[in-house]
Unconditional design. Structure first.
Length: 181
């Protein structure tokens, strides 16, 4: 090695550049695998807390090309809603394929991503979203009711985009939030 490398691959300066390189090299290779939830049970622990147990099926794979289509569609959707580079996007969700795809779409459109753990309480969520001055919040259908309950305390949020199992995405506007309350 004769010099210090500043990029992993020539011409790849951003996370989006790296993604596009990978998806162009291996469009038909498996990229993201998601396991189907076959059964959900709740087991009560000795301390009274409920522990969620899931039985999972086989992996269902999406290729790089499949993921690229979803990233492009989600990013174009953000752009069509009027979001621009430097508009912060909060992702408040469990780890899942759509989490990664929405983050990658934000990277493509140069929108800073702020992530919040799905286990946070209301005050922490409110603080994180408001501190980021986020106009859009991406969440899951499982966490949507939590966001709707605190939405009046999120003055900058104009759209809530939520991921539903098998269907992605759905959008709530301020008017939709009022109706949901």
């Amino acid at each position: 090695m004769d010099e210090l490398n500043t990029v992993m691959f020539p011409g790849c300066f951003t996370l989006d550049d790296l993604w596009r390189r990978a998806s162009s090299l291996w469009p038909h290779k498996d990229c993201l695998g998601t396991r189907e939830v076959k059964k959900t049970e709740f087991e009560v622990q000795p301390n009274g807390r409920k522990f969620k147990k899931v039985t999972l099926g086989s992996y269902i794979w999406e290729t790089y090309a499949d993921c690229e289509k979803r990233i492009a569609a989600f990013g174009s959707g953000l752009y069509a809603l009027g979001y621009n580079p430097d508009d912060h996007v909060v992702i408040f969700s469990e780890t899942r394929a759509e989490w990664l795809l929405s983050a990658q779409a934000c990277f493509r459109y140069k929108m800073p991503v702020v992530t919040l753990y799905s286990t946070l309480g209301d005050d922490a969520i409110i603080h994180g979203v408001n501190e980021a001055e986020a106009k859009v919040l991406v969440t899951s259908d499982e966490l949507l009711s939590k966001i709707v309950n605190i939405s009046k305390r999120l003055p900058n949020v104009k759209h809530i985009i939520y991921m539903n199992t098998g269907i992605f995405p759905h959008t709530l506007t301020q008017a939709g939030l009022e109706a949901a309350r």
